[in-house]
Design a protein around this ligand. Structure first.
Ligand SMILES: N[C@H](CCC[C@H](N)C(=O)O)C(=O)O
Length: 283
């Protein structure tokens, strides 16, 4: 079946974007994996599927599939690509767009300078809702946060565990560039205490308003940027008493900005979205 796609990225986190309003999109996990394959397919970290919303007062629905073919709840960089896509394709004349995802409705908005700010909702901090199994673990308090000691490849690492609709495990490292992302990322992703697996963040604090972040993503491996990962890392850093909002997050693929007022305030993610090329593929 021939389908049209748009290749996009948000700070280097790259996507195959599919308009499911004007074409039928229902693929098996194997077909999603093929689309994501950087040699046999188009190549992407995630695939984004754009549909009309089912819910009154909401403009669109967007579904997210990781490179491993699994459907997931949320994607921060993807939300920015979504906004640029629907505006550029003339699917809406709005600039602030309510869109439903598996984890609820978020509201991205195109700014005058072309950057896009996404209201990502409030962070989810209760371990059981991440989900994270804290049974029998003794948390280490740091500021408002509770750090969980987990064994990773022969060492004990202290993690913040939280959700932005999708699960994140955030650790502080002295040097993000030297962090054991490739060695420890897969072990953390599949850690038994994260029943839905987890995105593994490695955050270096530069100062109270700047961090460097690398993320080994669930279902995709290390990406050049992770929007929800940046949100989770900044929330963890603020709760630990290490950061003050807003925070500039330097990722390998570009810069993101995160603002969060604490408590049950919503997390605001701001960053770029770029269209790289349009294409068609027989799949
Ligand atoms: N790998 C993530 C989904 C994509 C998130 C990331 N690309 C972002 O920008 O938030 C997960 O399995 O939860």
């Amino acid at each position: 079946m021939k389908i049209k796609f748009t290749k996009m990225h948000g700070a280097g986190n790259d996507f195959v974007v599919l308009d499911a309003i004007h074409q039928a999109i229902e693929f098996t996990p194997a077909q999603w994996q093929l689309l994501a394959d950087r040699r046999f397919g188009v190549g992407a970290d995630q695939m984004l599927v754009i549909e009309r919303a089912q819910t009154p007062g909401v403009d669109f629905r967007y579904r997210i599939f990781n490179a491993d073919g699994g459907e997931v709840e949320q994607c921060g960089n993807g939300a920015r690509a979504f906004v640029k896509f629907v505006i550029d394709k003339g699917l809406t004349d709005k600039r602030a767009i309510r869109v439903e995802t598996m984890s609820g409705v978020i509201e991205p908005a195109m700014q005058q300078d072309g950057r896009i700010t996404v209201d990502m909702g409030a962070p989810i901090l209760a371990p059981a809702q991440v989900p994270f199994d804290a049974t029998g673990l003794q948390a280490v308090a740091q500021g408002e946060d509770r750090l969980w000691p987990l064994r990773v490849n022969g060492k004990t690492v202290l993690f913040s565990a939280l959700s932005m609709g999708n699960p994140h495990a955030v650790q502080i490292v002295d040097d993000a560039d030297a962090a054991p992302v490739e060695q420890d990322g897969p072990t953390i992703e599949h850690h038994v205490r994260f029943p839905k697996r987890v995105n593994a963040g490695f955050m270096q604090v530069i100062d109270r308003h700047h961090v460097k972040l690398r993320v080994f993503e669930r279902g995709a491996g290390e990406t050049l940027a992770c929007g929800t990962g940046a949100c989770a890392a900044v929330v963890a850093g603020i709760r630990r008493g290490l950061l003050d909002s807003p925070v500039a997050v330097a990722t390998r693929g570009g810069d993101l900005s995160i603002a969060w007022a604490g408590g049950d305030a919503h997390v605001l993610l701001t960053g770029p979205a770029v269209t790289v090329f349009e294409g068609e593929i027989d799949i």
